[in-house]
Design a protein around this ligand. Structure first.
Ligand SMILES: NC(=O)c1ccc[n+]([C@@H]2O[C@H](COP(=O)([O-])OP(=O)(O)OC[C@H]3O[C@@H](n4cnc5c(N)ncnc54)[C@H](O)[C@@H]3O)[C@@H](O)[C@H]2O)c1
Ligand SMILES: *[C@@H]1O[C@H](CO)[C@@H](O)[C@H](O)[C@H]1NC(C)=O
Ligand SMILES: *[C@@H]1O[C@H](CO)[C@@H](O)[C@H](O)[C@H]1NC(C)=O
Length: 436
């Protein structure tokens, strides 16, 4: 678009151009010089358009390397910094593990980090504190972890030098990889952020892990969204996942394939967890249960989607504590990687599990529960589900996780939302945090 506006500034005919440029009209060559200048300009403009045409970018700077746009320089290193890193990652229980948790200032990352720390494992967090949603919520989670003795290194998972340094300072036994660009609809607004974090960032992390000695075992968050347009319910790990309905889902699916590759070539032990709509205290403001709560309290109308023919849109909402137990069980049952020292000594573990609740709830029921808990009537605005990535229905078959991880969700939506609402009201009660 911007290139076009350059052309707008050029007069439409050389004649007019001559008129403007040489009011005295003294010499003939002046006109040919003007013509030459004009055509050279057109030529350069065409070259510019040819080389730099890109739908998302308006400045040549941003074009050089899309992934660099998100990379910031954070300060790290030095003796004091290394001491903090070591102390945070120090194991304090017998048979404990030392875990690098990426996305530690995120919703799930905060809960998992705190749970690991509580039982005596060493935990070091990593997060870039991006502003996809209110960073002050991430800072509040950071303060919570700080009090629990967990240090969060502020950096991007694409920062190879930093990740290498961390593995030099600490011989992590495990990586809990939760950093990602989440959200289904935002993928249409900012597609490259998904490629940056969920693909490039994942590859960078796995590159560093495969070269670490010893190699850590890795547990990471995939998503129920990989089931995409699959209509066979409940979703089982064996079902097809080759019809993603959003770029977010496609990057998570790509992650699962990338995991296969690093497991196959380098002997990395890898476990992917397909989370089903996780909710709870310290949750994500971009998710429906969270912004419904905010909007109901504000008296704003909320949009509730329904599918064709008044079809119900439902989600297998899973409470955060259940997800945390699933994550810890995946870490506890992870076998060692087999490629330490640069040579794969045998096949390594490669797993994928659904972590859901196995009881889908219609979104309209979610709203009714919130109305009861908040004691406020919602202004409901029923809309047709747009085709922008959200699927109509999710339902997990968790029999593999049950069998192999001992995973068994215990919190229903009513009980879980009660805890969420209690947290929400307390957290946003003191005026300073009211700007969600
Ligand atoms: N919450 C859910 O319902 C749900 C469902 C399915 C999958 N997941 C997955 O679970 C994981 C955790 O989700 P969450 O709900 O806690 O999301 P979240 O956005 O709260 O947490 C992700 C954290 O990662 C950080 N991050 C993002 N890109 C980064 C980068 N390039 N470098 C360093 N840090 C980066 C963010 O700042 C954020 O704090 C994500 O991988 C997400 O895709 C979540
Ligand atoms: C970050 O630091 C590197 C090396 O010090 C430098 O080359 C680069 O330009 C810096 N990037 C930004 C965005 O400041
Ligand atoms: C759930 O998946 C298991 C395989 O892991 C399968 O045996 C079982 O039949 C599935 N259950 C349902 C209800 O589809």
């Amino acid at each position: 678009m911007k290139q076009i506006s350059h052309l707008d500034n050029i007069p439409s005919t050389p004649g007019k151009f001559k008129m403007d440029k040489s009011p005295y009209n003294r010499l003939r060559w002046h006109s040919s010089l003007a013509k030459l200048t004009f055509w050279s300009f057109i030529f350069l403009a065409l070259i510019f358009i040819f080389f730099f045409r890109s739908p998302s970018s308006s400045t040549p700077q941003a074009l050089s390397d899309p992934s660099r746009r998100y990379l910031q320089n954070y300060s790290w290193g030095g003796a004091a910094w290394e001491k903090r890193v070591r102390s945070s990652a120090r194991i304090r229980s017998r048979n404990g593990m030392s875990v690098l948790v990426t996305g530690a200032a995120g919703f799930v990352g905060t809960h998992v980090s705190a749970a690991l720390k509580r039982r005596g494992d060493g935990v070091l967090g990593l997060d870039n504190f991006n502003d996809y949603y209110d960073p002050s919520l991430k800072r509040a989670r950071q303060a919570l972890l700080e009090r629990a003795g967990v240090f969060i290194v502020e950096a991007d998972i694409n920062d190879e030098a930093l990740l290498k340094k961390l593995f030099e300072v600490v011989a992590f036994t495990h990586v809990m990889h939760l950093a990602a660009q989440a959200g289904v609809r935002y993928a249409m607004e900012n597609p490259s952020s998904y490629v940056h974090s969920n693909i490039a960032g994942l590859v960078n992390l796995l590159e560093v892990c495969k070269s670490a000695n010893p190699q850590p075992a890795i547990v990471w968050a995939s998503s129920s969204s990989v089931y995409g347009l699959n209509t066979k319910v409940p979703f089982s790990e064996k079902d097809r996942t080759d019809q993603p309905a959003s770029l977010y889902a496609a990057t998570k699916k790509a992650g699962e394939e990338i995991a296969h590759t690093y497991n196959h070539i380098y002997g990395l032990s890898l476990t992917g967890l397909r989370f089903f709509t996780v909710y709870g205290p310290w949750g994500r403001p971009d998710m429906a249960y969270f912004f419904f709560t905010r909007d109901i309290l504000k008296g704003k109308s909320i949009s509730i989607f329904e599918a064709a023919n008044h079809g119900t849109v439902a989600r297998d909402f899973t409470y955060i504590d259940d997800i945390v137990r699933g994550c810890l069980a995946a870490l506890d049952t992870a076998e060692k990687s087999t490629g330490s020292g640069g040579k794969k000594k045998g096949p390594a573990q490669l797993r994928v599990y659904n972590l859901g609740n196995t009881s889908p709830v219609p979104v309209s029921d979610l709203v009714s529960i919130l109305e009861r808990l908040l004691k406020v009537k919602a202004k409901r605005n029923i809309l047709r589900l747009p085709r922008n990535g959200d699927v109509q229905y999710t339902h997990a078959n968790i029999s593999s996780a049950q069998r192999e991880l001992g995973y068994k969700p215990t919190t229903d939506l009513q009980a879980g939302l009660k805890k969420f609402v209690r947290w929400y009201l307390r957290f946003y009660a003191d005026g300073k945090k009211s700007g969600v």
